[in-house]
Write a protein that binds this ligand. Structure first.
Ligand SMILES: [Zn+2]
Length: 277
């Protein structure tokens, strides 16, 4: 899928690549005005060794007009190292700074790594005319990603994020399965993964709503952006809003917002991060 190719000035573009569980999405933007010049998607290369990444990042397009690059990955990376992850088995334990240095050297331009949830959050804030000072981004994709920006500062930038094994007992008492990763009974992630496997739209909506309610009732936020491929493909946004409304003291209509540019939010946010926005 390639769209919107137009004449471009040399060296004025930033590239964002969002490497997800099923697809790798690419967005090229003008550094000057953030306009999307090109977007496309290919099957993901998340399980490939890092040595192979430059060929996927370069793909069929020359990088000659591209300056900075940022790559969004769906893996937590804290204290300098990529955490245990099934999606990026070949990156596990590697320091993010080493990954960036290796790709920067091979591709001959600055390459940075950002968490995909944080990248989507950056995109949402950039497109929001209100620009709330405290907000969260919940990404309902293959797994659940959470990015937080409090009082104007991302507490998830540049590398960290929370993969949401959140459980605030007894709110997840409607489902009691135990998470094999965090060992909590009723962990949001394990409940969510169960409903994805069973393609249970109502269960998914309830899980998404409960996690949103927990977040809104715990952290002082102006806004929560809801996004991710599963939310979009099941068209659950309105269902989630309806379920959240009775359970929070805030006005759910203005507190909850769908992520703009949903299809490319992660890659677009990565491109914005690369360009220094
Ligand atoms: Zn868990």
């Amino acid at each position: 899928m390639t769209t919107n190719t137009s004449p471009i000035p040399s060296g004025h573009l930033a590239l964002g690549v969002d490497v997800g569980g099923t697809k790798a999405k690419y967005v090229l933007i003008d550094v000057a005005n953030c306009q999307v010049r090109l977007q496309k998607a290919i099957p993901t290369f998340c399980a490939m060794p890092l040595d192979d990444w430059p060929s996927y990042i370069q793909t069929d397009d020359s990088l000659q007009d591209v300056g900075p690059i940022a790559i969004a990955i769906a893996a937590s990376h804290v204290a300098g190292g990529v955490q245990k992850t099934s999606k990026f088995p070949k990156l596990e334990g590697q320091a993010v700074s080493d990954i960036e240095a290796q790709l920067t050297k091979v591709l001959s331009r600055p390459v940075r790594i950002i968490h995909d949830g944080t990248a989507g959050h950056l995109a949402a804030l950039h497109e929001d005319p209100i620009r709330p000072s405290s907000s969260a981004f919940l990404a309902f994709g293959t797994s659940i990603g959470l990015s937080l920006c409090l009082n104007g500062g991302f507490i998830t930038l540049p590398y960290n994020c929370w993969v949401s094994h959140t459980q605030i007992a007894p709110t997840f008492a409607f489902d009691e399965r135990t998470c094999e990763l965090c060992n909590q009974r009723g962990c949001a992630r394990s409940v969510y993964k169960h409903y994805i496997a069973s393609k249970d739209a109502a269960g998914l909506a309830q899980t998404m709503a409960q996690l949103t309610i927990n977040l809104l009732n715990t952290v002082p936020l102006d806004c929560v952006y809801l996004g991710g491929g599963v939310l979009a493909s099941y068209q659950l946004y309105q269902q989630v809003v309806q379920r959240v409304k009775p359970c929070v003291l805030l006005d759910a209509n203005c507190t909850l917002r769908p992520v703009p540019k949903e299809e490319i939010a992660g890659a677009y946010g990565a491109a914005l991060f690369a360009a220094g926005y």
